[in-house]
Design a protein around this ligand. Structure first.
Ligand code: SF4
Length: 374
């Protein structure tokens, strides 16, 4: 079982918080698709004929692809890989221009899951984040998706904007609940270097919300989502029963995946590799039939750290027997000692021979991982 991630690095314009690899040169799109198909031929043995259970179009903005471009990509996927009949095929879409006609095209290609980049239903937030859609377009997009017969829909929301609080964020959640959207990804706003918001923050054009307010929103968001029957199955993800993102969940289960396209990452349990984050270099390399990537072979420590981080992120937690069997008595004992502090601080809990992060632990997960890593 494995997955394929396809990176479409084109956007109409750059959002103020975004540090994903994307460019606004749409004229390169069709040539990019040709090279993407070429990369698939070169990488077709990476997953060793394993069945592909999930395909994920991420970006950038995959919904900028034309019908013919989607056809070319999927045609090449089916030609080069063995795709399961009931594979989960996710397509990231931006609300603007998500028309019934475009959704019909996606349906005809058997795309069966949509991830909609809403971020907020407040006009002032969308402007602050420099999103290219309006509050109304976001609602129309969700209604169009539902009317087109998509039932597996995910919505992305951002919380923790300056001057925000839980009461305001809860209004975003209520709209998602009204549409009966079965999957939600909620991310705290971060200020990454080389983004417009980072620059504006440095220029003191606004201030960040306090840690206390961030925690307040995080904790109450979990309580509210759980009260509506959403399972908090990963730090940033909530789903109704049977709507977990299989593709993303496989990442956290250390399933193999192949990432195609500029800046895409791949993992095959032995190594990680990542493609060059530059469209010209991506084209140049593939025009010489060379895969444009760097490879890192995973050491024993890398594998241990990876196991801890991916397992603790999800509701499955770490099974003590699995840990001991895979990494040995010595690391197991060390881990068991280190987690005592987090259990005492109510950041971790033990149940059924497993250890999990509590909500408090999820909130500070990065610092917990840093202390546990070898
Ligand atoms: S649409 Fe998404 S990928 Fe594109 S700039 Fe905005 S946040 Fe980044």
């Amino acid at each position: 079982m494995s997955g394929i991630y396809i990176h479409i690095p084109f956007c109409k314009s750059k959002c103020a918080y975004c540090d994903f690899f994307s460019v606004a040169i749409l004229s390169q799109k069709s040539q990019y698709v040709d090279f993407l198909c070429k990369e698939m031929e070169l990488q077709k043995n990476y997953l060793e004929s394993e069945n592909i259970e999930t395909i994920y179009f991420g970006g950038g903005t995959p919904s900028l692809l034309s019908e013919y471009e989607i056809f070319s990509i999927l045609n090449s996927v089916y030609k080069n890989f063995s795709v399961s009949q009931n594979a989960e095929i996710t397509f990231e879409v931006n609300p603007e221009g998500l028309t019934l006609e475009y959704l019909k095209i996606l349906k005809n290609f058997s795309i069966n899951r949509l991830s909609v980049g809403v971020q907020s239903f407040f006009e002032e937030d969308l402007q602050f984040l420099r999103r290219s859609h309006s509050q109304n377009e976001a609602k129309i997009a969700l209604q169009n998706a539902i009317n087109s017969g998509f039932s597996n829909i995910s919505v992305d929301l951002i919380y923790g904007l300056p001057n925000s609080d839980f009461e305001k964020f809860a209004k975003n959640l209520e709209i998602v609940f009204e549409f009966q959207i079965p999957h939600l990804s909620c991310y705290h706003l971060t200020f990454e270097e080389n983004t417009l918001l980072f620059k504006q923050l440095r220029e003191k054009k606004f201030s960040q919300i306090s840690d206390q307010e961030s925690w307040n929103i995080f904790e109450k968001m979990i309580i509210l989502c759980e009260s509506k029957s959403y399972e908090h199955y990963e730090i940033s993800n909530f789903s109704l029963k049977n709507y977990i993102s299989k593709h993303n969940f496989n990442y956290w289960q250390e399933t193999k995946y192949l990432g195609l396209g500029a800046a895409a990452h791949s993992f095959n349990k032995i190594s990680r590799q990542w493609n060059v984050q530059n469209i010209k270099k991506y084209f140049d390399s593939l025009s010489k039939s060379l895969i444009p990537c760097e490879i890192e072979f995973l050491t024993f420590e890398n594998q241990y750290n990876e196991f801890l981080m991916t397992s603790l992120r999800t509701f499955l937690g770490i099974n003590f027997d699995d840990l001991k069997l895979r990494f040995g008595e010595k690391l197991f004992n060390k881990f068991s000692q280190k987690i005592q502090k987090f259990i005492k601080n109510s950041e971790m809990k033990i149940a059924d021979n497993k250890v999990f992060l509590t909500n408090k632990g999820k909130f500070v997960s990065d610092s917990i991982f840093a202390e546990l890593f070898e």
